[in-house]
Unconditional design. Structure first.
Length: 400
């Protein structure tokens, strides 16, 4: 197949952020398919027009459109629309048997549908978040006209898709609730990179050696975005409760985002910053693996909203691949996986209660080891990237 793959926020392992599209695309290339990626270059430099690179056999077309979590809502929307306009023209100039578009943002549907119609080929749409359900729930979308427009765009994307790929069962239910045929929805969650995140003693030592302030304490790791929906403040409050209980562990937060300064300020005000809570800059995927190897527990958090329980957090699957105990502070399918496969902790929402659970686990070191082993087995059995790439290949072939 010739596949035109649209993802505004495509990353390689040398970049900061998730690499799902890179990993799936390079595996499709390895299976003999041609993949052309249409994406954006977010760095602010002297580039102004399209340029092309080859990434593991993927032909990547980059359009310079600066973007960052610190941008205002209007600036973000402007970036979405600018990319949608440029991507529509670029994608339509290529040749394809199928167009595969991944959200967010939801505006990716505009160039995807345009290109598919121009090339007279099917379009498959991947739903990474339930938009606009989530931004409406968190209050990012409030204007009735904006909400109406977002709902129309959502239905436009689904109506023009031969298949829809959802990243979780909850997302699949949300797509079906919007009127799309459940028979044409396929669930392909985020995946575990068994090779990249395999535990590495040298990597763990390297991470600690560069940060002697962590000493030898067990690490509870949050590695991801400091955004509104992520609720990273909750981890700081858990660090406070753990300090009150004199737990011999430290909380390591790695990443960037609009809420990072706020989270850092809270940790300083509550007296845990530099004590049992350490906040570091983002690391590219190729380096963050050392942090996972050094950790004892990998954490995924959200603010307290039911609409977020359908999420499919990269850090959760990276933790499984690393063979670490995983922990979440929300319900939904990932909490069910934790309980069904005994791979970690589904924490209560109240940080003081979560700290009690954590204290019980640290009092039983073997429990952490067993959960980590179970996590790796679950990653190998259900969530390996090779397995999920095969599932995507089947979906694209169905569409063609």
């Amino acid at each position: 197949m010739k596949i035109v793959y649209l993802h505004q926020y495509f990353n390689t392992p040398d970049m900061v952020g998730g690499t799902r599209s890179y990993e799936l695309a390079r595996r499709l290339v390895a299976k003999g398919h041609e993949v052309e990626m249409v994406t954006s270059w977010r760095e602010r430099d002297d580039r102004r027009d399209w340029f092309t690179s080859n990434e593991a056999g993927i032909k990547v077309h980059w359009l310079p459109v600066p973007y960052g979590n610190q941008m205002s809502y209007r600036q973000r929307v402007a970036a979405f629309l600018r990319f949608a306009w440029g991507a529509a023209r670029k994608a339509a100039s290529l040749q394809a048997d199928v167009v595969y578009a991944t959200s967010t943002p939801l505006t990716i549907a505009l160039p995807a549908v345009y290109a598919a119609r121009r090339m007279r080929c099917p379009m498959v749409f991947e739903v990474r978040d339930l938009w606009p359900t989530v931004p409406i729930a968190v209050g990012a979308l409030r204007n009735p006209l904006t909400i109406w427009s977002a709902r129309k765009l959502e239905r436009f994307a689904y109506r023009n898709a031969t298949r829809v790929v959802a990243l979780s069962p909850g997302m699949a239910e949300g797509v079906a609730a919007a009127g799309y045929s459940a028979a044409n929805i396929r669930v392909i969650p985020n995946s575990a990179d068994l090779k990249m995140f395999s535990h590495d003693d040298e990597g763990a030592q390297r991470f600690r050696a560069a940060r002697p302030e962590l000493d030898s304490r067990p690490i509870i790791l949050y590695a991801g975005t400091f955004g509104l929906i992520n609720g990273v403040e909750w981890v700081v409050r858990l660090a406070v409760e753990s300090k009150l209980r004199a737990l011999d562990c430290c909380f390591v937060l790695v990443g960037d985002g609009a809420e990072k300064e706020k989270v850092t300020r809270l940790a300083r005000e509550l007296g845990v910053l530099g004590n049992n809570c350490f906040i570091y800059e983002s690391l590219p995927k190729s380096s963050i693996v050392d942090a996972f190897s050094a950790s004892a527990v990998v954490v995924s958090t959200t603010i307290d909203l039911p609409e977020l329980e359908a999420n499919s957090a990269n850090k959760f699957f990276d933790g499984l691949a690393a063979g670490k105990t995983v922990a979440v502070n929300y319900g939904g399918w990932q909490a069910e996986l934790i309980e069904d496969y005994e791979v970690g902790m589904a924490w209560p929402r109240e940080p003081s209660q979560a700290a009690d659970v954590l204290a019980d686990w640290f009092a039983q070191p073997d429990r952490l080891r067993v959960a980590g082993n179970n996590a790796r087995q679950l990653a190998e059995g259900r969530f390996s990237r090779d397995l999920l790439a095969e599932q995507l290949e089947r979906v694209l072939l169905e569409a063609v």
